[in-house]
Design a protein around this ligand. Structure first.
Ligand SMILES: [Cu+2]
Length: 526
């Protein structure tokens, strides 16, 4: 798709017809697309629409305005996004703001996570027993796991390149439950864009990418013709839960017209590149690398692409992001830790999806029994958030469908505060309907007196998903200029299922052009 609103048609349609055979309902989402005034096309089931039922269809209609770069689309009902996802690339109308004149071609690489079991059942089982979910069986590059998994050598992704040329790599993390490290052996990667916003160029040997994030890289093919180099993706792990500790391999293969491909050459080359991959790929526990990489990303902030971070705010919401260990209900058995069951929460409220879409009930002014606007804007109790004993504290959560509301045009700050309940963990928080600016982050507890003084209000990264550091906090700022109902949730699907979510409403503005549009005629009904 091409950026802009003068030459390409104003309206873009996306056929949201159900695409998976075993599901009886679904919905899809264009992750990171701002959906200005068109929350109806945003996608999350029971938040902005009812699921699309079997044999029904729903056409997502929206404009692409002032966005360009790499995004993704994915299913947003149950765990269907495990296999229902793809790249959503908005080609810029203007030349790239980096040396793009030598760019040969593009290589999209979508990182995925594969279960041999039906993922709907994996989620259902987890919710039934209260235990953690079964871990995935493989990571994939463009759907292919590569030679390190049983019988999968033929299912290996290969990108063909020519020596001396520069390529754009569009990396998308569509995995369900894992942040990933990615590296290309013997090559330097240059980050130029994250979440469809240009950045200052960053040279790195590897990247950390959280589920829901996208990272656009330049790669200069500066090795010799005929070379072959591993592209590897492996998890960045902060959880004490079991995880899939495997690695997906693909290959970057240099063309060589003088030497025809033969298997002996290929095997020898692959042995050599395996060594250099180990050198480039961070260790799975490397929080130091993840932090350094995350801190290196800054908005481009040029005259043409300014960084519009709010330097003042109208409202600050501080919310814990937490795992919880819930007492087992009477007469049930729970298979979580110590005979209890796992949940997750924000400000100690575990999000419950309502029976009908929140956006629709808001639009029709029928919120009763669907949602309430009393999401606490501060943690209900102050305590040493990241220093409490992981299991001996009372970790029961409450349940509800609670949102908060802001005026159109508000400059909003949200501080996500990790906790050590159950364990400290990195959580990729995702905001719908708006990009945000990551003005500050740190380990330990957020200090409302000291920490804001150290905010980056010049060129903070602008994103739609940010990995809140394990045992730490992140402060984001939002220009709340998109009227509607917007979901905020952890993009680790397991945590969303457990309730690590909430939402906010942006009221209509004074002008007709600042109001939520009417619902489309084919909006699915619950
Ligand atoms: Cu999480």
């Amino acid at each position: 798709m091409e950026e802009g609103n003068s030459i390409v048609p104003h309206e873009t349609t996306f056929n949201g017809k159900r695409t998976i055979s075993r599901a009886d309902r679904g919905s899809t989402r264009r992750h990171g697309l701002r959906q200005y005034r068109t929350g109806w096309a945003d996608g999350p089931a029971y938040i902005t629409q009812c699921p699309i039922r079997s044999k029904q269809s729903y056409t997502y209609r929206f404009k692409v305005e002032d966005q360009r770069g790499t995004l993704l689309w994915h299913a947003h009902h149950s765990w269907q996004r495990a296999s229902v996802y793809g790249a959503f690339i908005i080609y810029p109308r203007q030349p790239y703001p980096f040396s793009g004149s030598h760019i040969q071609s593009e290589i999209p690489i979508i990182l995925g996570e594969w279960w041999n079991d039906d993922v709907d059942m994996v989620e259902k089982e987890m919710m039934k027993t209260g235990a953690g979910a079964n871990v995935s069986d493989a990571y994939t590059l463009n759907g292919l796991p590569g030679p390190l998994y049983p019988c999968s050598t033929k299912d290996t992704f290969t990108a063909n390149v020519d020596a001396g040329k520069t390529y754009i790599l569009r990396i998308i993390n569509a995995a369900l439950n894992n942040e990933l490290f990615l590296a290309v052996a013997n090559h330097t990667l240059t980050v130029v864009e994250v979440d469809a916003v240009y950045t200052k160029p960053v040279h790195t040997k590897a990247i950390m990418i959280a589920p829901g994030q996208t990272t656009t890289l330049l790669l200069r093919a500066d090795q010799l013709s005929g070379g072959e180099f591993i592209i590897a993706a492996t998890p960045y792990v902060t959880s004490v839960f079991p995880f899939n500790n495997s690695t997906a391999f693909g290959f970057l293969r240099y063309s060589d017209k003088s030497k025809p491909e033969n298997s002996e050459n290929t095997r020898r080359r692959r042995r050599l590149t395996a060594m250099s991959t180990v050198a480039a790929l961070p260790n799975m526990l490397d929080t130091k690398f993840a932090t350094k990489f995350s801190d290196s990303i800054k908005s481009l902030g040029s005259a043409k692409y300014p960084c519009k971070v709010p330097t003042k705010i109208d409202k600050r919401v501080i919310t814990t992001i937490s795992l919880n260990l819930q007492d087992c209900p009477p007469n049930q058995t729970c298979e979580g830790y110590a005979g209890k069951r796992f949940f997750a929460s924000m400000n100690n409220i575990s999000f419950i999806r309502p029976p009908i879409s929140i956006l629709e009930s808001y639009y029709k002014k029928q919120s009763k029994g669907v949602f309430s606007l009393d999401f606490p804007e501060k943690p209900p109790n102050r305590f040493d958030f990241t220093g409490v004993d992981p299991v001996s504290e009372n970790m029961n959560t409450e349940f509800g469908t609670k949102l908060f509301e802001v005026e159109f045009g508000s400059r909003l700050e949200i501080v996500f505060q990790g906790t050590s309940f159950l364990n400290i963990e990195n959580h990729p928080l995702h905001v719908h309907g708006h990009n945000f600016f990551v003005v500050g982050r740190g380990f330990g507890n957020f200090d409302p007196e000291k920490d804001p003084k150290r905010y980056n209000l010049v060129d903070p990264p602008e994103r739609n998903t940010f990995a809140v550091p394990t045992g730490g906090w992140a402060a984001i700022r939002i220009n709340a200029d998109n009227p509607g109902v917007w979901f905020i949730h952890c993009h680790l699907e397991q945590h969303t299922s457990w309730g690590l979510a909430m939402g906010f409403i942006v009221k209509n503005g004074p002008l007709p052009s600042q109001t939520l549009l009417r619902p489309p005629h084919d909006l699915p009904q619950c």
